[in-house]
Design a protein around this ligand. Structure first.
Ligand SMILES: Nc1ncnc2c1ncn2[C@@H]1O[C@H](COP(=O)(O)OP(=O)(O)OP(=O)(O)O)[C@@H](O)[C@H]1O
Ligand SMILES: [Mg+2]
Length: 424
């Protein structure tokens, strides 16, 4: 039985049990729903549940993701504020990310729903809202734009530009990146960070999975402003009791690891760790537990990248060292400065003969990763036995080294004495 008011779609007497679920979900506008229903009634659309679902996907009225939910009887959860969820993109430590579209404007966006266990109290919400006000001002080609941030049914969410592409975290799963490509991405990230820093925002969670690359190889920094959710909070169950956030520790600066105040230079340290990981396929500060890895960055220098990639040129080693300097004052002081240093590594010399004379020649970076680890492309600075010996010495206490030198000296003098005695 059809309803007498065509603007109010009736639920009764519809020939498919899928229609009430679709209607309740809000995934279709009233007009779209009425259209679908009349097609089902007239026989233009199949009334069999599965066949109808397939047809609606084929006609781009519903997505696979939506239909999968409807077929399991779920009609709720597809509407967040003014947005209709189209697909699930993925999830991370802070929540789930969905592809969605604005009900009225149709704009496709990425919608991140913050996990409820992170939104523990009003202070977290206030901190989030404060940061979102700053994030809303960001407008830079290397930053994922935030369009909206709100709370709906106690769910905190952020609406962002949807970037069709891959994160560098996903790229890493396919293997290490050619240094020249990784450096190019890091330079773009540094420019995006410089913009965020100039607006008073520190990212606090720079890592390969927060660096998205679109189909035109443009890098966009993701999750700006969400770092505040990781800040120590006595009620947050993902922070340790002494106030050190333990989200991802692998890219964290020493000052952040110690729970100290951070500024943009902390993001540059994290960018250095991310760049190292992209090129070496290993962490700069290894360790078997998060605490061990935190300790490493506070007390030690990164494992030399040439241990994993001997082909990395000294100029890149130098830039990495400066990005990952223990003291913020020893690092590049701004994102712009870091971007320039990174760009200089890959900048090709201008072809005109006059510019050839005046411009210093940057040391070129190998465009491809070496096929085998340990294959030396660049002439080594030291013999191969020297770096492990130097590292061994670096990690011994001074007294042990002094004793060792004394024993060696004693052997030398005994040998010298014996030789002199035999000769005499
Ligand atoms: N604006 C966006 N456009 C397209 N894909 C996105 C967007 N934001 C996030 N994603 C993707 O969604 C997935 C989950 O992202 P999310 O940031 O939640 O995870 P993460 O970075 O691995 O962890 P974390 O929560 O610690 O940041 C990732 O695959 C990411 O690339
Ligand atoms: Mg992320």
């Amino acid at each position: 039985m059809a309803t007498s008011d065509p603007s109010k779609p009736a639920l009764d007497a519809v020939p498919s049990d899928l229609l009430p679920i679709i209607r309740n979900s809000g995934a279709l506008t009233d007009k779209q729903f009425l259209d679908v229903r009349s097609k089902v009634l007239s026989g233009a659309y199949p009334s069999d549940t599965k066949a109808l679902a397939d047809r609606l996907v084929r006609d781009n009225l519903l997505t696979d993701y939506q239909v999968r939910r409807f077929l399991t009887g779920k009609s709720h959860g597809l509407i967040v504020g003014k947005y209709v969820i189209l697909d699930r993109i993925g999830s991370g430590s802070m929540g789930r990310v969905y592809k969605a579209h604005h009900q009225l404007m149709g704009r496709v966006v990425a919608l991140k729903i913050i996990a409820p266990e992170i939104v523990t109290n009003e202070r977290v919400v206030a901190r989030f809202q404060r940061e979102m006000r700053l994030v809303g001002r960001l407008d830079h080609p290397n930053v994922v734009r935030a369009f909206d941030a709100d709370q709906s049914n106690n769910v905190l969410y952020i609406v962002m530009e949807y970037v069709a592409g891959k994160s560098l975290g996903q790229r890493l799963k396919e293997g290490v990146l050619p240094p020249v490509e990784a450096v190019g991405y890091a330079a773009q990230a540094a420019l995006g960070l410089a913009h965020a820093h100039s607006q008073g925002i520190v990212h606090r969670d720079i890592k390969p999975s927060n660096l998205l690359v679109d189909s035109a190889k443009r890098l966009k920094v993701l999750d700006l402003g969400l770092g505040v959710l990781m800040e120590a909070d006595e009620h947050a169950n993902f922070a340790t009791a002494d106030g050190v956030a333990v989200g991802t520790v692998d890219y964290m600066s020493p000052e952040q690891a110690c729970g100290r105040e951070v500024d943009g230079r902390s993001d540059l340290f994290s960018l250095g760790c991310a760049l190292y990981h992209l090129i070496a396929g290993r962490q700069a500060f290894p360790g078997s537990t998060p605490i061990e890895r935190l300790g490493e960055r506070i007390n030690n220098r990164p494992t030399p990248i040439t241990d994993h990639r001997p082909d990395v040129p000294a100029s890149l080693v130098h830039v990495l060292d400066k990005l990952m300097a223990t003291k913020p004052s020893d690092r590049y002081q701004t994102g712009t400065e870091a971007a320039e240093a990174l760009q200089n590594l890959i900048r090709t010399r201008k072809s005109s003969p006059s510019s050839k004379k005046s411009e210093p020649k940057p040391e070129p970076i190998s465009p491809e990763p070496s096929p085998t680890r340990g294959l030396a492309v660049a002439p080594p600075l030291f013999p191969s036995w020297f770096p492990p010996l130097a590292r061994w010495v670096e990690h011994r206490p001074r007294t042990t080294l002094a004793a060792l030198i004394a024993i060696l000296a004693a052997w030398f003098w005994v040998g010298f004495g014996i030789a002199w005695w035999l000769k005499g």
